[in-house]
Design a protein around this ligand. Structure first.
Ligand code: MIC
Ligand code: SF4
Length: 639
C-alpha cells in the first residue's frame, strides 16, 4: 500500500490502534522536549510516576521562557530543572542557550523520529521530517516514563507547493496564507504534510517556520519530506550521520489537498488580535509603528537575522521605532556575530537581546499604550504582549525590518532590489551550554526552592455532577485568556495554589474568588475552546479551584486532552441553541454522571435551570477511565 510521510512515521511507531482518521492510536515516542514554564510541572509529575531514568532515546529540558529574574522564583525553577535533568538522564539546555524549538532543530532533531514536547510549537521539528507533536506536561512525563502517546489518528492534509517565492516573500507568508485559508480552527484533528515541486526551493529553517505556525491553525502536526535540503542543513550542523531520506510514495494519497502557488504569493500580515486575520501588507501599508520585534521560535534562525542585518546595512532604524532582535539560539547569535551581521544591526540602532522567548510570552518588551507593535512572532492574542488593548501584527522578517526602517507598515518590495544573503557554509558550533545527564545519578540531589510546590491531590469523579456556570465565553478562547502568562504570572507556574488566583483574570478578575466561594462549577464556551498553548495550567488551575466541567461548542486538541488529564469533563452541546440560553450563574446538574460515563454513554441528559439539555461526552474508553479516576496521575496509580 502506498503511504504518505505521516502514515510512514505513524506506522513505524504504532503501538496500538488502527490508522483510521478519528480512531485512537498509541504512538511510541523517540524524543521529548520540555521548556521551563511547562517543565517544572512535567517533572514534578515525572517524579510522582517514580521511574529512575527516562526511557526515551533522547529527552531534553530547555530553559527559554522564564529568563527574567525579578526575584528568586525563576532562578529556583532553573536549579530544580538542572538537578532533575542530571538525575533522570535528560540533557539540560541552560538559560541563554536559546528557544527549545530552534535549538532542538539545530542539535537534536532526526528525520523520521517522533518528538513529543510540552510546548505547542513542538511541530517545528517537522521542518526536518520529524513527526513532532505538542502536548501537556503530563503526557510528556508519561512519554519519558516509556508510555506511548495516545491521540486520535489525524486526517492528513497534503499542502502542494508549486513555483518559487518571489524576492522579499518568505516562509512566514506561506504559513500566513495557510492561516488565511484555514483560520485558527481549520487544522484541528489534521496533520499538514507539504509536498510538490516548491518544497525543494525551501531550506530547513524556512520549512521549520512553516511547521511551527501550523499550530496556529490548530493542526496536530506539520511535516516536510527529508531530502537533499535536509541533508545540507544537517551537514552544516555536523550531523549528516542523522540524515535519512523520507518521501511520500509516488502516488500516495491525502484526505484533502490544498494548493499554494509560491510564484504569486505576496507579503502578508496578520492583524490584531488573531493569527488568522491575514491581509496583504500592501492593503494596510502606511500605518505608523512604534515597535518592531524580530524573533520567536517562528522566525529567529540565522537566515532570518541575516536577512534583517543585510537590509539595515547603511540604514538606520526610524527614530520613532524601537527595533528589537531576539535571536533563536546562542548558535544563531554566535554565527551572526562572527560575520558582519551583528554589527550592522547594532549600528542601525537595533536592541539585540539574549536568545529566548522574551516578549513573545510577555516577559518584557510590552508595547506602549495605543501603539502598534509589529512582530515576527507566532501569536497576537489580545493582551499576550503584556499591554491591555494591545495592537500586535504578525509578519515576516522582511516586512518587519522594512517597517522598522520606514516607521510605518511597509511592503518590503518598496525597498528595491533584494540584497543577496550568504549563509556560512560551516557554522560555529558549541554545545557547552547543553549539559549532559550525570554519569552518577545516585549522587545527584534534587534542589527544591520554596517556589516549587507539590502537585495538589485530586478526587475521583463524583456520582452526580452539579454546579453553577462560573463564566460564559465566546469562540476561540485561548489558553492565554484562561491562564495568562507574562512577567507577573509566569513565575508562579510551579505553584498551583498561587497561580490559580489568576484564572480568567484578564476577562473577569472575580473568577477565582467566585469559584472558590462556591467550591467550583462549570465553564461555558463557544467553538475552539483552549486554542493556543499547551500549558496544562489552563486545566490544572481551574481544577484546583474546583471546576468540574466545561461545556463548549468545540475544543482545541491539546487543551481537550489537558482537561481529561486533570479530571475536568470536556462536554459539548448537542444543540448549539442551548449555548444561547445558558448564562453565568445558571445551575447545571447531571444526575448519575459517573455511572453514565462508566457505562460508555456519550449523550448525557442534564438539567440546566430546570430545563433538559443533552450534552455530549466525546472521549475514548481510556479517557473515560481517566476522568473517573479524577485525572491521569490517579489513573496511572490505579494500573
Ligand atoms: C506559548 O507560545 O504560548 C508558550 C508560552 O510557549 C506555550 C507554553 C506555555 O504556556 O508555557 C505553548 O505554546 O505551548
Ligand atoms: Fe517561546 Fe513564543 Fe515560541 Fe512560545 S511561541 S515557545 S513563547 S518563542
Amino acid at each position: 500500500m502506498t503511504q504518505n510521510i505521516s502514515q510512514k512515521i505513524i506506522s513505524q511507531h504504532l503501538i496500538d490502534g488502527e490508522m483510521k482518521a478519528g480512531s485512537e492510536i498509541a504512538l511510541r515516542i523517540d524524543q521529548t522536549l520540555t521548556q521551563d514554564a511547562t517543565g517544572t510541572m512535567a517533572y514534578l509529575q515525572f517524579e510522582a510516576i517514580g521511574i529512575a531514568r527516562v526511557k526515551t532515546e533522547l529527552s531534553v529540558s530547555y530553559v527559554d521562557h522564564n529568563l527574567l529574574q525579578a526575584n528568586f522564583r525563576n532562578a529556583d525553577d532553573h536549579r530544580y530543572l538542572q538537578s532533575i535533568a542530571a538525575k533522570y538522564g535528560i540533557y539540560y539546555s541552560k538559560p541563554g542557550n536559546g528557544v527549545s524549538h530552534q535549538v532542538h532543530l539545530e542539535r537534536f532533531g532526526v528525520p523520521g523520529k517522533t518528538l513529543l514536547g510540552s510546548d505547542s510549537h513542538t511541530p517545528t521539528g517537522g521542518g526536518l521530517g520529524m513527526l513532532a507533536i505538542g502536548a501537556g506536561g503530563l503526557d510528556v512525563a508519561m512519554a519519558m516514563a516509556g508510555q506511548p502517546f495516545h491521540l486520535k489518528m489525524p486526517k492528513v492534509v497534503g499542502v502542494e507547493l508549486s513555483g518559487r517565492l518571489q524576492s522579499w516573500v518568505s516562509a512566514k507568508d506561506i504559513i500566513l496564507e495557510v492561516l488565511r485559508r484555514l483560520t485558527v480552527k481549520g487544522g484541528v484533528g489534521k496533520i499538514l504534510e507539504y509536498f510538490g515541486p516548491g518544497v525543494a526551493t525551501l531550506d530547513v529553517p524556512s520549512r521549520a517556520s512553516i511547521c511551527n505556525m501550523g499550530t496556529e491553525v490548530g493542526a496536530t502536526s506539520s511535516v516536510f519530506p527529508s531530502d537533499v535540503r535536509t541533508l545540507e542543513f544537517l551537514k552544516s550542523q555536523g550531523r549528516e550521520a542523522d540524515w535519512t531520506e523520507l518521501r511520500a510514495d509516488s502516488n500516495a494519497s491525502y484526505d484533502e489537498i490544498i494548493k499554494i502557488d509560491l510564484n504569486i504569493l505576496e507579503p502578508l500580515i496578520a492583524q490584531p488580535s488573531s493569527p488568522d486575520k491575514v491581509v496583504k501588507v500592501r492593503e494596510i501599508g502606511g500605518i505608523e509603528v512604534a515597535q518592531v520585534i524580530l524573533g520567536s521560535c517562528a522566525n529567529s534562525s540565522l537566515r532570518d537575522l541575516l536577512v534583517a542585518s543585510i537590509v539595515v546595512e547603511k540604514r538606520k532604524v526610524h527614530p520613532n521605532v524601537s527595533f528589537e532582535v531576539n535571536p533563536g539560539s546562542r548558535q544563531v547569535l554566535e554565527n551572526l556575530a562572527s560575520g558582519d551581521g551583528f554589527l550592522s544591526l547594532v549600528k542601525a540602532g537595533a536592541k539585540v537581546h539574549q536568545p529566548g522567548c522574551l516578549g513573545c510570552i510577555g516577559m518584557g518588551q510590552a508595547p506602549a499604550t495605543d501603539t502598534i507593535s509589529l512582530r515576527t512572532f507566532t501569536r497576537n492574542f489580545s493582551g499576550r504582549s503584556g499591554t491591555k488593548d494591545d495592537k500586535v501584527y504578525l509578519c515576516s522578517p522582511e516586512v518587519a525590518v522594512a517597517s522598522a526602517i520606514k516607521g510605518v507598515i511597509t511592503d518590503p518590495r518598496d525597498l528595491g532590489e533584494h540584497p543577496a544573503i550568504e549563509q556560512p557554509k560551516k557554522l560555529l558550533i558549541d554545545d557547552s551550554m547543553i549539559i549532559p545527564p550525570s554519569p552518577s545519578p545516585e549522587k545527584v540531589e534534587i534542589i527544591r526552592g520554596p517556589n516549587i510546590k507539590p502537585l495538589p491531590p485530586m478526587d475521583p469523579l463524583p456520582a452526580d455532577v452539579s454546579g453553577e456556570v462560573l463564566i460564559k465565553v465566546g469562540d476561540n478562547i485561548s489558553t492565554d485568556d484562561i491562564m495568562p502568562a507574562g512577567v507577573k504570572i509566569l513565575p508562579l507556574r510551579s505553584n498551583i495554589s498561587a497561580i490559580s488566583d489568576f484564572v480568567f483574570s484578564r476577562i473577569d478578575e472575580t473568577f477565582a474568588k467566585r469559584a472558590k466561594k462556591v467550591s467550583g462549577g462549570l465553564i461555558v464556551s463557544g467553538h475552539n475552546y483552549g486554542q493556543g498553548s499547551s500549558r496544562e495550567h489552563a486545566a490544572l488551575a481551574p481544577r484546583y479551584l474546583g471546576v468540574i466541567g466545561v461545556v463548549a461548542k468545540s475544543y482545541a486538541r491539546i487543551h481537550k486532552s489537558n482537561l481529561v488529564n486533570f479530571g475536568i469533563l470536556p462536554l459539548e452541546f448537542k444543540n448549539d441553541s442551548d449555548y444561547e440560553r445558558v448564562n453565568q450563574g445558571s445551575k447545571v446538574k447531571i444526575i448519575s454522571a459517573r455511572d453514565k460515563i462508566k457505562n460508555g454513554q456519550d449523550m448525557l441528559s442534564a438539567d440546566i435551570d430546570g430545563r433538559e439539555a443533552v450534552l455530549i461526552i466525546n472521549v475514548t474508553n481510556r479517557e473515560r477511565d481517566i476522568l473517573l479516576a479524577g485525572g491521569l496521575l490517579n489513573y496511572v496509580r490505579l494500573l
